[in-house]
Ligand binder design. Sequence first.
Ligand SMILES: Nc1ncnc2c1ncn2[C@@H]1O[C@H](COP(=O)(O)OP(=O)(O)OP(=O)(O)O)[C@@H](O)[C@H]1O
Length: 717
Amino acid sequence: MSEEPQLNAAQLEAVTTTEGFVRVIAGAGTGKTRALTHRFAYLVNDLGILPGNILCVTFSNKAANEMRQRIRRVTGDNDTGYICTFHSFCVSVLQEDSHAVGYPQSFLVLDNADIDAMLQVIYDERKITLREKTFSKARDMIEILKTIERPDYYIDLISLPLAELKQKYLDARKVDDIIFYGYLYQQKKCFGLDYNDLIIITLHIFDHFPDIALKWQQRLEYVMIDEFQDIDALQIALMEKLVEYHRNLFVVGDPDQTIYTWRGADVRYLLDFADAHEGCKTILMTENYRSTPEVLGVANSLIEKNKQRIPKRLEAQRDVHGPTVWYHAKSPEEEAAWIAEGAQKLHEAGVAYRDMAVLYRAHYASRAVEEALMQAKVPYTLYSGVPFFGRREVKDALSYLRFVAYQDDLSFARVANVPKRNMGQRRMAFLREWADEHECTLYEALEQTIDDEIFKRTKAKQLLALVERFRGQFEGRAVSDVMAAVLNESGYDRMLRTEGSQERLDNVAELKQSIYEFETTCGEEVTLEHYLSHVALLTNADAMDGAADKVKLMTIHAAKGLEFKHVFLCSMSEGVLPSKKTRTREQMEEERRLAFVAMTRAEDGLYLTEAEGFTHKGTPRYPSRFLLDIDPECLMFSHKPDQTALEAARAAYAANDQWIAGMSTDVRFRQGSRVRHAVFGEGIVEEIDMQKRAYIVRFDGLDTTRAISFRVKLEKA
Ligand SMILES: Nc1ncnc2c1ncn2[C@@H]1O[C@H](COP(=O)(O)OP(=O)(O)OP(=O)(O)O)[C@@H](O)[C@H]1O
């Protein structure tokens, strides 16, 4: 093991206990990621295990990239095996074995923009309006149906012939059914899989094709999983399946950093892991190497207020001291100005801007800070808003790549008229009709009808010529090279230059750069299929450019796993953090963990800020209860909070707690639950309206939803 400094005793134990079930419960900043990297290196360098026989699951693609680079440094080997997220691992499985369910190797991984494009087709065909259901609501509904209501949906998706799926879609009468079957039909047409499908279909293959399951089980001699506190039921099922043969499983997590319960994560899997796996060894890590004793004092005293937790205290290993401040401002503007000024002062004292971060609970909190930073001429980047891979020009560029590779309907629809080729709605509708009638793709329809009158005076022929030029030319050619060529030859580059948007040009340049980096860091040779299926999984965080000297602004969720010298945690007001959407005691504890995650990102300085004034609803704004949870001995105050104000704040927390206590007993069903009403019959809870104290239920027998008061007894269906 070459990387300095030395591992501590607990880390060493985690690294060298390779056989059987091992669980590491570790605090923030105690070197989990470091232990994981070294364990990988130990398996490879000291035990001689082949990297291709190790699966190391990370929480995000960004974490996977970093891990891969670190492992390459310590093993000196380009082959880094499977270091990836669960989703990305499933893509690898499906690329090898999706033939088992009749899917081609060139299946598509769909992101939200792709799903929206499919919804658009369905809405147009069946005259559904956005007023009936926005795309985002439709996507949520599809997700609820897939994960809770109709978990067997995927059988239809993989085994029904296209014509039958289409018939189900055409026969559907209720809006939700039209959307759902329309979507499944669209998915099947282009062999597209969304996030929900990836794990479910992989599991299905493992369950029904024992030889394929055995192949993967035998291949993966060692499995390691990071951030285990945020694992969900499907991921657990996949994990259990994968380790059935060798039974070597190493999981590491921090119960105090569970922040994804709202997405189905359950910390129980980590807590119950030892009971569920015979002979499991547990290792505890509490020595913190990241933060000053002051930062840990703040974080420890906060998290101790959670009731549902395994007690543990982070112990500072660093003997460097730094500020931990509560700044109370008179207005949000003053709060933001203080942050901007603070960043400037730190910079003057020699701290690089890139080593500072401003974190917040919700996106909207960033606006005031951004304005202040702009005014103070402090450089910053925002890691939120429209994700990089969701930007129009980035999607367009990727669609071109997909188009020359697959000619699927989605990419065809996206690129056909960008740049303008006179292929507007009327001509697209013509192609759709033709394709439907002849059961072919839009591209094939164009090939067949290119000499039709309708395509005179269009540049449709150029589109066909473009594909012809690229067809069969990918083998052995770098993806970055293909991308550059297709953007040039399609006229897309020229269009952007004429349009003159520097931002769009920069984004495309950034995309080209990221493809190049992907190729050079991936180890093995990157094929176009490989790149396309992985890029769909990339998130905003992946585009994060850590090199530029700029202050980083991001949500706490996005800061998971990161560390910064100085952290400003802004908008620490009751109703923001904890969020006003907090409805149960469990959720309140999760909000506290969120604050804990934010604070434990700080190495040298931590600045907690909030402002008085009024919320947009006109109620007074109070400091977050979490500020009062912190041991005051651990904080420096900009102003000592005044006693009457504190009493008013405490009264507000108490009122809120009382409301939550009432809610917890009232709310018996979750979004997506199936319920039975004495008169209306069965239906599904679409929303829970806390203000009205009612479930918004879509009953099977009614066309529109009804708000049903908590007072009326509903039964579980
Ligand atoms: N044994 C050690 N000696 C010195 N420094 C260490 C040691 N182990 C880890 N560190 C340092 O401590 C910091 C935190 O380590 P790491 O990022 O691995 O922690 P983590 O447990 O994954 O954190 P979190 O859960 O909060 O994201 C890093 O800067 C790392 O270099």
